[in-house]
Design a protein around this ligand. Structure first.
Ligand SMILES: [Zn+2]
Ligand SMILES: [Zn+2]
Length: 163
């Protein structure tokens, strides 16, 4: 069994109605355009699995650190994502509506992956008020003013003015 597989034999046989799960592990290759979870970052999962008429109802909460590239200043930034969901698992194959499972083992890896990807910011900012890069000279404006002003306009024109 890998990090995100759990035995549900006791739930399927009816000896218990629900059980809590606490898991952690790595899932390589989770990313969106400008942010990603590093392959060796620990993904933590708290969940509860309940036997219901059709199958198993799983409540999941995930937490993981991610690395992003700020869309304004292009600097590297770090954050923590959190996500929650409730998913129905029904014996058999995965379908569009629910996840599947086989035998007495529930594999939460796909559900955890999906939740992590949903929680990654597609447009990360290193901070809410990131000033970004100067559109004229490319300086990082978080480090202070660069000397260009909006009135000076394009520095290529300013250079021509001096001729
Ligand atoms: Zn930034
Ligand atoms: Zn500038």
């Amino acid at each position: 069994m890998h990090d995100f597989e759990i035995s549900v034999a006791h739930l399927l046989r009816g000896s218990e109605r629900a059980s809590d799960v606490v898991l952690q592990g790595n899932i390589p290759g989770l990313f969106v355009t400008s942010s990603r979870i590093l392959d060796d970052a620990v993904i933590r999962v708290d969940g509860r699995v309940e036997a219901v008429g059709e199958g198993l109802l799983v409540s999941l909460e995930v937490h993981a650190e991610y690395v992003g590239e700020c869309v304004r200043c292009l600097g590297e930034m770090h954050g923590e994502l959190a996500g929650r969901s409730r998913e129905l698992f029904i014996e058999g194959e995965d379908t569009e509506e629910h996840y599947g499972f086989r035998g007495e083992t529930l594999d939460l890896r796909a559900a955890v992956s999906d939740l992590c990807v949903l929680g990654l910011p597609p447009v990360p900012l290193c901070r809410e008020d990131c000033k970004g890069l100067c559109q004229y000279c490319g300086a990082d404006l978080n480090e202070g003013p660069c000397g260009c002003t909006d009135d000076s306009g394009d520095p290529r024109w300013a250079a021509l003015d001096q001729l």
